[in-house]
Write a new protein. Structure first.
Length: 404
């Protein structure tokens, strides 16, 4: 299947337009990383505390951020989490201690920030543990069990049933204490109303990434990217010539720079999933570049008397239909993931959307012009033209030289 037949677009004739386009976005990204937003590392890399909060209504992110700043929590990040209808929010704090006390500290600070309508001298049932509820029931003894042997297990089981109903049936947030009459004795429910109230949110989970773990993950992410670039350089240098490997690596570096720069400009966090997307795009962009290089290699053998610029243009046009089909279908897939995948996959899919667009563009507009520019430079220096290893019929390699 082909969308385009016998196209004759002068891609190399538009190389200066491509250069300006790439420079504008690359410089904008560098300026943002250097002076505006920096590189917005996620909690995976910088360390911190993640607090997952469930609301009974649609949360107001700006109001939540304002409340956290009101009690002195600086540099907090607030974002939606999961499906919008679930009314869940992810709050990131700078607390980096890796201990049970730190987990409790993060939870307590968020509760203090969000409980703007707390009832004086009452505890929040939506953010109370089963132990807290059980201890209260044991102290008040609403069922008049006295100090008998069955009092402790009876109230403990009732408290656990209340918490399970809140977390599993009601999604972590009770609408009112009256709802508990279906899972607890009415006398116990009435007693809870004396000392408890229900807020409009519940803390679902608290996670901490320590600073040492974040530093190690940063190092591993950088090494993974560098190793992939080095592997590509070696592979293409062996399969074609070193200049083809250099062109491919520069192209991928261009793609990565623009993608990371876009995240900086948009102030979107770079997490482990985003690094996974960038590594995926390195392979994707390289694959598209190799397809063009392979066609150039075939055409050098067939059109050995033509100028390299003409051969490169012809090769790009011949692979244009394949490029559009492959990139188009992949782009539609990641676009659907970006639009409907939810907040958890939003940054991951955003990196894929940007990377596929830039990767497809760079295979045509960056990699091929680098080859021609290098050839022209060699011609100006009076050096021999570059040669491409070609497979002969008996499996041996021969060299074919191409005119400038």
């Amino acid at each position: 299947m082909e969308f385009f037949r016998d196209t004759n677009i002068d891609f190399l004739g538009k190389k200066w337009y491509f250069l300006v386009f790439s420079l504008v976005f690359s410089v904008a990204g560098l300026l943002s990383m250097g002076f505006w937003h920096g590189i917005p590392l996620g909690v995976d890399f910088r360390g911190g505390t993640l607090v997952y909060v469930k609301y009974a209504h649609t949360p107001d992110l700006a109001a939540i951020h304002s409340e956290t700043e009101r009690i002195g929590l600086k540099n907090t990040r607030v974002q939606r989490y999961g499906v919008a209808s679930n009314n869940e929010v992810l709050i990131q704090l700078d607390i980096q201690e890796t201990s049970e006390q730190a987990l409790d500290k993060g939870k307590i600070q968020i509760i203090q920030a969000l409980e703007s309508h707390a009832v004086p001298d009452k505890q929040d049932l939506n953010n109370s543990s089963s132990v807290t509820v059980a201890n209260y029931l044991l102290e008040k003894d609403p069922l008049r069990l006295g100090s008998g042997a069955d009092a402790n297990p009876r109230y403990t089981a009732m408290a656990q049933a209340i918490v399970n109903y809140r977390d599993k049936t009601k999604g972590g947030v009770l609408g009112s204490i009256e709802e508990l009459k279906s899972v607890a004795d009415p006398a116990a429910v009435a007693s809870l109303q004396d000392s408890f109230f229900v807020s409009d949110f519940g803390i679902r989970n608290v996670e901490i990434v320590g600073p040492q773990v974040g530093q190690q993950l940063r190092k591993q992410a950088i090494l993974a990217t560098l190793y992939s670039l080095a592997g590509m350089l070696v592979y293409l240098a062996l399969r074609f010539e070193w200049i083809y490997g250099v062109a491919a690596v520069l192209t991928v570096f261009h793609d990565t720079l623009i993608t990371v720069g876009a995240f900086s400009l948009l102030d979107r966090e770079i997490s482990l999933t985003v690094i996974a997307a960038i590594l995926t795009l390195i392979g994707y962009s390289n694959n598209d570049t190799i397809v063009v290089f392979d066609r150039i290699r075939e055409n050098i053998k067939l059109l050995r008397r033509d100028r390299l610029a003409d051969i490169v243009n012809k090769s790009i046009n011949q692979t244009l239909s394949r490029t559009i089909l492959t990139a188009g279908l992949t782009f539609l897939t990641v676009l659907a993931l970006f639009l409907f995948g939810g907040e958890v996959l939003h940054n991951f899919s955003l990196a894929l959307v940007i990377g596929i667009l830039i990767g497809t563009y760079s295979s045509i507009a960056i990699a091929a012009p680098i080859l021609v520019a290098y050839q022209e430079w060699r011609g100006e220096q009076g050096k021999k033209p570059i040669s491409m290893p070609l497979r002969s019929g008996n499996g041996t390699q021969s060299k074919e030289k191409v005119k400038v």
